[in-house]
Design a protein around this ligand. Structure first.
Ligand code: EPU
Length: 349
């Protein structure tokens, strides 16, 4: 059935940044069966379609979007047991953190470090959410999608999802699929993952932390960095990390260390390359936490988050983002790549 389609809906309140213009057409999707008719409607109207989840990783143009925005509101978490695995099929509109909370309560391991990440479950595999040593890619079994071209639903098995660091097939080809649900395979009564150094150090006093202990520790760490949604936090209007951490060759990392005049934080990857800390590069390019450029600025808690302090525009945010990119490039020769999705605009290259 075709969902109710409304006109000229402000998108800023539907994003965590609180910026951007209106959607020419907009519909809430309460049932996955509404997606195909909505896509067909847009095709007849010759309008592009954008799928909105929690709006927590999204930058909307001030000019808005001339197409149809479909906000996924589908609900449902179906749990089952399969040998040593606890499986859950989650509808796209579920809040991701509700899934984590229930998994922890059921003593199912594999996503406890992904606690407190804002946004919807449908978006989670698109950008392959990751934090504190875990990525959704390692527990994702399949994604149910609607193919936009054929309007047919089908399953994409984990191996065909093309996962990379904050990357996937669905991210690379945003106009090809709509994610309807995701199926995760979690370790029944499995141990928590305590691999990330910062997490391990806050849990060091506990010999055998439970999944719930790890969830609490991750939430506390995220709160300290203003990375959980909290109405009272002055840094709350952000899209989380605004840039991805650059992955470079070991030689390039050495070169940057030389430029920095000392050691730099580096995280070696299995393929021999090195992941650098974009937050560190930003601070060492001379942009301190709390830096302001009019109504926007760098979070006072984490240099990788750009914050809207109110009364600003997306243009202001992009001006700041370009200033950050230029400063890091001039200091270290690295061109930072933004992490959020852009709607109605393209990142200037
Ligand atoms: N750092 C600084 N200054 C800062 C922040 C970080 O110098 O203001 C340096 C420090 O050396 C620190 C290192 O960067 O040790 C890593 O910082 P952090 O542990 O905060 O993680 P991150 O690399 O900045 C990534 C993810 C986050 C995720 C955390 C924790 C990306 C782009 N970001 O951030 O994910 O929560 O690790 O695992 O990979 C997101 O994607 O939106 C996000 C919040």
């Amino acid at each position: 059935m075709l969902p109710v389609i409304v006109e000229n809906v402000p998108l800023a309140p539907l994003t965590t940044l609180g910026l951007g213009g209106t959607a020419r057409f907009f519909a809430d999707i309460a049932d996955a069966a509404e997606v195909a008719p909505a896509l067909a409607w847009a095709r007849d109207m010759n309008r592009p379609v954008f799928i909105l989840g929690g709006g927590s990783n999204l930058v909307v143009a001030d000019e808005g979007f001339a197409g149809l925005v479909l906000r996924m509101r589908t609900r449902g978490r179906r749990w089952s047991e399969d040998g040593a695995e606890t499986r859950v099929q989650v509808e796209a509109g579920e809040a991701w953190d509700d899934v984590v909370a229930e998994a922890v309560a059921r003593n199912a391991a594999g996503i406890e470090c992904l606690s407190g990440i804002p946004g919807g479950a449908g978006a989670a595999p698109v950008q392959n959410i990751g934090a504190y040593g875990q990525e959704i890619a390692s527990v994702l079994r399949r994604v149910r999608v609607l193919e936009r071209e054929s309007l047919e639903a089908r399953d994409i098995e984990a191996g065909a999802c093309g996962f990379g660091y904050r990357d996937s097939l669905c991210k690379r080809e945003p106009d090809r699929f709509v994610v309807l649900s995701v199926t995760l395979g979690l370790a029944k009564n499995g141990p928590p993952s305590v691999r990330y150094l910062e997490l391990a150090s806050v849990l060091a006093a506990q010999a055998r932390p439970s999944l719930a202990d790890v969830r609490e520790a991750v939430l506390a760490l995220r709160r300290k960095k203003s990375m959980v949604l909290d109405e009272a936090d002055p840094n709350r209007r952000s899209a989380g990390s605004f840039f991805t951490n650059p992955v470079v060759t070991a030689a390039a990392a050495d070169d940057i260390a030389t430029r920095a005049g000392g050691e730099i934080p580096r995280f070696p990857l299995p393929d021999g390359r090195v992941k650098l800390a974009a937050g560190w590069l930003i601070e060492h390019a001379g942009l301190a936490k709390g830096f302001r450029l009019g109504p926007v600025g760098i979070s006072s808690r984490h240099a990788l988050a750009l914050v809207h302090h109110g009364g600003g525009t997306t243009k202001d945010l992009l001006r700041l983002a370009l200033h950050v990119r230029t400063s890091v490039f001039e200091r270290f020769g690295i061109s930072l790549v933004p992490e959020p999705v852009f709607l109605g605009l393209t990142w200037p290259v």
